[in-house]
Ligand binder design. Sequence first.
Ligand SMILES: C[S@@+](CC[C@H](N)C(=O)[O-])C[C@H]1O[C@@H](n2cnc3c(N)ncnc32)[C@H](O)[C@@H]1O
Length: 281
Amino acid sequence: MSTSRSDRWTALNTSRAVRDAADRLRQLSATASERDARRHWLVLLDLRDGERAVDIGAGIGDMTVDIARHVGPDGAVHALDLSPGLLHHTRQRAAEAGVLDRVATDTGDANALPYGDDAFDVALCRWVLLHLPAPQRAIAEMRRVVRPGGRVLCVEADWETLIVHPGDPDVTRRIAHANVERQVDGRIGRKLAPLLQSAGFSNVSVTPLVDLDRSGDWLPFLHTRLDVAAQAGVPLSTLHQWWKAIESAASHGEYLFSFTQYGVLGIVPPVSQPARAESPT
Ligand SMILES: C[S@@+](CC[C@H](N)C(=O)[O-])C[C@H]1O[C@@H](n2cnc3c(N)ncnc32)[C@H](O)[C@@H]1O
C-alpha cells in the first residue's frame, strides 16, 4: 500500500462535497443493518455515566450522538473531524437529540490529536482508518489520549468480503475489486487487531459483524459502486446489464448484499508500556 494515497473523504473542500458526504452517511446510517450495528458497537464500548469520550473522524456525528446519550449529562463527548462542514451536521444532530450540552466539536487531524495525554476514558474510530495512509499513527494517538485502563474501539469494513446476488459473478468480482482499490486501504478490517496489538493495547478482541441486506436498503450505495467500477475500466454496457439483473431481483425479493465489518477493541495497559518492538528475526 502506498503511503502517499488519499481519497475523497480526506478532501471535503467544497460545500457541495460536504453536502454529498453528509447525504451518503445519512443514507448508510438509516439502513436496518447499520441501526443494528450501532447497537452492537455501543455494547462493546460499555459506556458509563459521566465518562469522557472522543469520536475520531466523527462525520455527521451518528455515533457521537449515541455516545452522548450513554455517558449522560455528567459525561462529555468530543467529535473530531478534518471537515468543519460535517461537524456542523454533528452539532445539528446533537441539538435535535437534546444532547448538545455534552457534545463538543473539534476540527482536527486523527494523526495529531489536539488533546492532552490520558484526556479520555474511551475513544471510537469508525470507518476512518481505511482513508488514512498511516493508520498506525492515528491508533497511537488514540492510545495516547485515552487513560490507562480506558478503551479504544476501531470499526472498519473489509471490502473483500462484499458479495452481491444475482448478477454475472465475473462482473460482480470486477466491481467489488474496484471498490477495494478505490479506498486507501479497502482491506483494513483484517489488519485492525494486529495494528492495535503492535500499538501496545492489551486484551485486544475482534467482533465481526455482517451487514446483510435483502430489502434494498443498500441499493443506493451499490449503485454508487457502478461509477467506481466504470472509472476502473469496466464497460458501461456491462455495468448496465449487471444492474438490471440486480434491480429485477430486488423487486422480486431475490437480491442479497452483504459485507463484514470488524469492531476491534483494545484496552490501554494500566501501567503505560512502550509499544512492542518488532522482533529482528
Ligand atoms: C466514511 S466517514 C465516517 C464518519 C463517521 N465516523 C461514521 O462512522 O459515520 C470518514 C470520516 O473521516 C473523516 N476523516 C478523514 N480523514 C481524517 C483525518 N485525517 N482526521 C480526522 N478525520 C478524518 C472524514 O472527514 C469523514 O468525516
